[in-house]
Write a protein that binds this ligand. Sequence first.
Ligand code: NAP
Ligand code: ZN
Length: 350
Amino acid sequence: MKGFGMLALNKAGWIEKEKPICGALDAIVHPTVLAPCSSDTHVLHGGSGEKENLILGHEAVGKVVEVDSLVNKFKVGDTVVVPCVTPNWLAEGVQGEYNAHDEGFMGSFKFLNSKDGTFADYFHVNHADANLVLLPEGVSPEAAVMTVDMMSTGFHGVENANVEFGDTVVVIGIGPVGLMAVAGAKLKGAGRIIAVGTRPNCIAVAKEYGATDIISYKDGDIVQQIMELTKGGADSVIIAGGNQDSFRQAIEMTKAGGYISNVNFFDIQEVLSMPALSWGLGMANKTIRGGFCPGGALRIQKMLDVVKYGRVDTTKLITHRFNGIEKIEDAFYLMDEKPKDLIKPVIFID
Ligand code: NAP
Ligand code: ZN
């Protein structure tokens, strides 16, 4: 089979591989809708270390082509939504509050991490019964593919920000992840939602999802802008974009007792630091959390219900649509280059 991925550091291209083998409890899926993620491009550029001959991609809806005899809930031909995080549900690490770290840090992120991703004729899914979800009636495949990472991650940013009714929430970065954090903060009852970004499409969707104020990091120090707007800081700040300085800025613009929640992927070579005063000399009761996308069937079923029952329209994120597996390449480079009119591309495959 063929797949699109990382030939070597900074070098993407098509790769020929053997079709993956379906192990006990597992399934093999042929993708019908795919989306590239900023994290695929981070990995290509060495954000998680050197890798080679690795098929990229981790956001997919597809058709089951093979299932192990122990799989009960799925059969060949089913259309399934595939979480980007597919824990080994027998591992100790998923038995606590977070399921993204089954056998160590980010261990449940199998695609890209411990095996090939979804940008291929076929890909492998471990623990199919506990990780796959049937595409629900009333949810389009393109709406569904936006839940498996973008919504689960953006909403996790909101969960870790402890948003309460009437809170003032800042979302730094309004690419697709930050936009889902805006939508999630509104659902959780935030009062004021201040979004930081500049791309006009993203700004328009941020307002539709519930942003009450937009500020640009190109118009000067965002800490100063937020302090002036809020007259004292935000209850919580969600970091969903930016650079290593965003970490310090987020802490500075959070009120004493507030929450800083990061879902941004900082590169392996970055150093996060802050002056002690930003953290109230260590005594301001500010909580700092960084989290990875929760996965598995139950989580994604819940995300799909948010779509199915009309709470959030995830298709507002989709700005570019491609047809045919060979178009993965165009969609991927678009994600890498981030033209001004891009939020998220999707690829439809027969
Ligand atoms: P994206 O489309 O690149 O959006 C990034 C956002 O950050 C844009 O709104 C951009 O503004 C803004 N930004 C850029 N420089 C900034 C600065 N100096 N200060 C403040 N804002 C700035 O990214 P995405 O696809 O939404 O992904 C966001 C991050 O989440 C990525 O790092 C991705 O790898 C990561 N991620 C994490 C997880 C997880 O589980 N934790 C899962 C998926 C993705 P403009 O409007 O000017 O472009
Ligand atoms: Zn991702």
